[in-house]
Design a protein around this ligand. Structure first.
Ligand code: XBP
Ligand code: MG
Length: 256
């Protein structure tokens, strides 16, 4: 079975973005005169709801307010989210959200190995564009055969919709592709789509349950920051590259 494509999650996988998202939300609340402030523990809980707009709705649903006020706040979700996205993209474009370790190396390796790159994320396209262009330059989007983002999926992760959309656009079957994720919601979505799934937990998801993952590594590893020996022993290398992913995928597919 030849590995044909990688399907990469964005938030927490390409970059540890959620602290910037949290600050962007709080800045939007101030800009719009809302007396909300999401602390890290509150945000960690809210992160279990994927999608910024859905997260806002979950927060509003938790507020002890009269129905009329709840409806009025709900009507403002799109405006709040637009302000938050402006704040977030400003932070990303200012270089405040670096890629995670080994991401740039793996993408280069995929290009050399003629393995297509794609994205399956809950976040908005504007956020992806800002992160990719800041990280890889103006033509960064051209490196990806398919980008599946945000509202393109009827149901957000943990539903498989966005992964199924990307597989259709790739015209590839799940058993020829590998997903890379950071969260339990993302893992559930990728597995429900039938994908071999590698998880590199992020700061915000490190205590989640990844028992359904095919492989869990602390990061992708790089020359500067090689994987620790226990993780390296799982893949026979101090860095996860296309060769290692291909080997892992075939070891599983040959047993099926
Ligand atoms: C993580 C999410 C997103 C971000 C916020 O997406 O759930 O909602 O937290 O981005 P990923 P938006 O699938 O990449 O891990 O406010 O644009 O939704
Ligand atoms: Mg993620």
């Amino acid at each position: 079975m030849k590995l044909r494509a990688l399907i990469l999650d964005v938030d927490g996988t390409l970059a540890d973005t959620e602290e910037a998202h949290r600050c962007a939300f709080n800045e939007a609340f101030q800009q719009l005169g809302l007396d909300w402030n999401w602390s890290p523990p509150t945000y960690a809980q809210l992160l279990l709801t994927t999608g910024g707009k859905e997260r806002l709705a979950a927060h509003i649903a938790s507020l002890p307010v009269p129905p009329a006020e709840r409806r009025a706040l709900t009507d403002r979700i799109d405006d709040i989210h637009r302000a938050k996205t402006r704040n977030y993209t400003r932070m990303v474009l200012a270089g405040e959200v670096p890629l995670r370790d080994g991401v740039a190396r793996l993408l280069d390796d995929a290009a050399r190995s003629r393995v297509r790159l794609s994205i399956a994320t809950t976040t908005t396209f504007a956020n992806i564009e800002a992160l990719l262009r800041t990280s890889f330059g103006e033509d960064a989007l051209d490196r990806f055969a398919v980008i599946g983002a945000g509202d393109q999926a009827a149901r957000k992760k943990p539903a498989p919709d966005i992964y199924e959309y990307v597989l259709r656009q790739l015209n590839a079957s799940a058993d020829e592709c590998v997903a890379i994720e950071d969260s339990a919601n993302g893992l559930a979505a990728a597995k429900a789509a039938g994908l071999y799934t590698i998880v590199t937990p992020s700061y915000w998801t490190r205590s989640e349950d990844f028992s359904a993952a095919d492989l869990v590594l602390p990061s992708l590893g790089s020359a500067d920051k090689p994987l620790p020996s226990h993780a390296a022993s799982l893949i026979g290398s101090s860095m996860l590259g296309i060769r290692e992913i291909d080997r892992q995928l075939n070891a599983v597919r040959e047993c099926e």
